[in-house]
Design a protein around this ligand. Sequence first.
Ligand code: F6R
Length: 606
Amino acid sequence: MCGIIGITSTKQVSSTIINSLKKLEYRGYDSAGIATLYDGFINEVKCEGRVDSLEKNVSKINLLGNVGIGHVRWATHGKPNTVNAHPHSSETVSVVHNGIIENSTILKKFLVEKGYKFKSQTDTEVIVHLVTDYLKDNNLKDSILKMLKKLQGSFALGIIFKDQPDLIVGARRGSPLAVGYGPNENYLGSDSYALKSMTNKISYLDDGDFCIIKKDQVDFFDSKGNKINKKVLKLSSNEQNYEKGDYKHFMAKEIEEQPTTIKNCVNEYIDKINNEINILNFPWKKNEISSIKLIACGTAYHSCLIAKYWFEQLTLLDVEVDIASEFRYRRNRFKTDCLYIFVSQSGETADTYAALDLCNKHKMKTCSIVNVVESSIARDSKLVFPIHCGPEIGVASTKAFLGQMLVLYILCLKIGYLRKDLDKKKYNLKIKSLLSLSKLVSNSLSTENQIQSICNSFTKAKGAMFLGRGYSFPIALEGALKLKELAYIHAEGYPAGEMKHGPLALIEDGMPVVVIAPRDEYYKKTISNMQEVIARGAKVLLITNKSDEEIYSENIWEKIEIENTEEDLFPFLTTIPLQKLAYYSALKKGYDIDKPRNLAKSVTVE
Ligand code: F6R
């Protein structure tokens, strides 16, 4: 999704801006641009496509300037082309923008009537002309305040001014924005990751704030224009995790990293000596919570669906799961004895953040499970549980999904035990099993050759189905999502028992169907459903666990066996072949695996 970088310095800034834009590439984008101030003029270079092309264009003209802003754009208003790429500039100002201006049509009409000419189809250009207009009769700060008052929607902005040779304005409403501090230079960035390459000292803008950044001074203001102070935070430095190493794609690396990330996360939460879960800072008493609501989007939502099964099996709590974009607009019955849990890898997903914000405004008990601990969702939750995965760069979430499931499972065990829904013996046994999870995941990774030959049938198919029952049903949804987003193959995940109520009509000769059926309490029922699709011509890939028990079904096309373990832990293992199936199908089709079309890593618009 869109990304912003701004630098004001004593040095030339264009190459540093380009390098920082490269760090933002993982978010997913379709065009890029940069504007600098030099000799009293704003100079702009933009292009459709990758930052590499922008870099070539910038070096051709030797773009000079000590102040500049850069942007990668993920199109919302207007096609992804050079004209619509950011920055957008008038003679006086240049603007980069993340988010959506919801009242841009009305503002455009007003500005056109005043004589302003629009070059692009974007909503951003109204900001350019509004600021240009206000600057005619107001000082810089008042012009910004007036412009911000006019805008509806969510946004993060970076603005430079022809007549202010060392200054950048940043403003935030909804979309994240941070300021970085360097020696004789300061920075603006939509992402701490992009700023990390330049500094480890940053401050975050809160909703409604704006800032004026000079190379040796930064001033922050609230939405009324009052000066405010900001904490300077220190970022941890783990730069090496951002490299692909010998892997062809970040996704391949991130799949292989899963045994390590599981191990790290287990080490963070499990006290091996006392066989205990280290969650000591729980701010609520056990009788203050009688239900749980899990809220997330996409893959993170699937982790919540699985957690519902765990919470229902191991605790007596009522558990509901909700898609954040639905939750935020529903007439919710907020309950003070409910724990609202928000799950997000990036911690910046606009819908998940809005759902959290809504719960905070209703003074609910909120906690989040995130990968990026400096993120907005983490900062605004009362309690945060990191998943300790390290940076996930591939757009399709893999290791973060396992991390989300793991923390949800650990939380479920701890809450179940504290409430006495789970007895000590069972609690201790389950903790012990977690200690072997990393090894089990590692053993489930070695399916390369088999999957590479299987995926031929998927790449040629019109569509595919993924079936499961119990906690294998959300895994089916996740397998289908991965195949769709990476290999652009239409796929549906379905509860196996629901096929006969409609989707069975889709099954025809040779259609690939993945059946996820480890030997758990649902196994026999799922195998019966599998036979129903085989009888109608489906080519079934069965994912089950290793066992001496015979499978009573004929004509299974292919079988992948994961390690045997206790039922609760099967979802961690059945996921892995599905990640690989999507990866190799996309590889075979020659697609851009780490940056699938139309998608973004951090979804900061609703
Ligand atoms: C799919 C995928 C997305 C994300 C979703 C939420 O592979 O990665 O569905 O899970 O966009 O993102 P986060 O977890 O950052 O809130």
